[in-house]
Design a binder for this molecule. Sequence first.
Ligand SMILES: [Zn+2]
Length: 454
Amino acid sequence: MLRTVLMHGLFALGSRLVRSQVRRELAILEWAERADPEELRARQEARLRTLIRWSYDTVPYYRRVMDQTGVSPGDIRGIDDLPLMPVLLRRDIRTHLDALVSERVSKGDLLRRASSGTTGAPVWFYRDRRALPFERASLWHDLGWAGVTAAAPTLFVRRQVDNEGRRKWTRWNWLVGSAFLPPELLYALAPGPVVEAVERVAPALIYGYPSLLHLLARAVLLSGRPLRARPRCVLYDAEQMGDDTRDLVRQALGTPIFSRYGAREFSAGVAHTCEYGRWHLNTEGCVVEIVTGGPGEARGAPASKGRLVITDLRNHAMPFVRYEIGDAGAAGGEELCPCRRTLPLLGGLEGRDWEWIVTASGFRIPATMIAPMIVGLHGDLLWEYQFRQDRVEELEVVVVPISDYGENRQEELSRHLEAALVGQITVRVTPVGHIPREPSGKRPVMKSTLHQGR
Ligand SMILES: [Zn+2]
């Protein structure tokens, strides 16, 4: 208790000391929650016009695309004019990466990053270092909605290493008593060690992937006793949380559940849920459109339900204008949310689902945990990949190489994946020319014929 009070004091002090830019951005995000919707839209459209003008003047890719289609920056006066621009696809980024970088950005402001890998189509891109204070402010803001601060002791139930191989660990995490839950404990569904690990941290917040939260909840229920230290809230991102998982988490942890929606490609969170479970959009950071057409179609007209294409208003180093993220959603209504925040709403969101890799000894490992490893290791050598499993002894990884992908590389990949799968299963890598789409047009990151029974 004393520690918590102390940490809150330290956090209050620390947040005064951090760069004033984060505080300024946070204040704006807090103001925007209850601002006049027309004013919010006017601010968003002003940022949009600046971004489009900048993209035309300084980014060769956009200059060429706009010249080819006869669109001038002055034609994009607001959000309703955005469909004049084509949709930006992952393959455009892979093919035209250099041309997508602004000629007027300094090398020091470019942050090379990789996509999460959970779509099965890896992509490397650049983020804008100047947008980092906004990213930080957006996280703090979202935590505030969940009722905690960045000083809350947090149990992370997610990957600990990012795609660039860095450990997501900071001195701050250590200082406030946060910790990562070793995923192996969850894969094995070992109730005793899982419950002990949670109680050791006594987290105020549990922040993770739905697939792993599902395993965590099951382990807690299997232990046959309630947690001694109940967290204040659960926050998830990166995957969809189905009703079955939501029920399990509620039953096991008894806490409210919040969610953030975004992607590594964007400067900050795109949307997050309020206490009524509705999605509110981050209008200071992006423009979200819902458009017609199947995945990979360069044109898209406004629709009430369909693909999400997102324009990041904060990345001027490598602008993402109308980027197809690979998720689907529905437009939110005009009515005011019961939480009385005026930030616009997003209707249903169909994000990325997960699938289990199942092993002979009963381990359940979500493909989401393994896929990013492919991006980090060989993301620049592969167009796309898919996990397939028909037997518990073996996992097949089907890959579509960009160029030569010989046996050495295949072995390297299978060795790394086998290690990540804690030696529980053999991995076979199969290069192919093409991965067929499902009738829906989607290409799931994993296909399994084994009983999935969550
Ligand atoms: Zn709300």
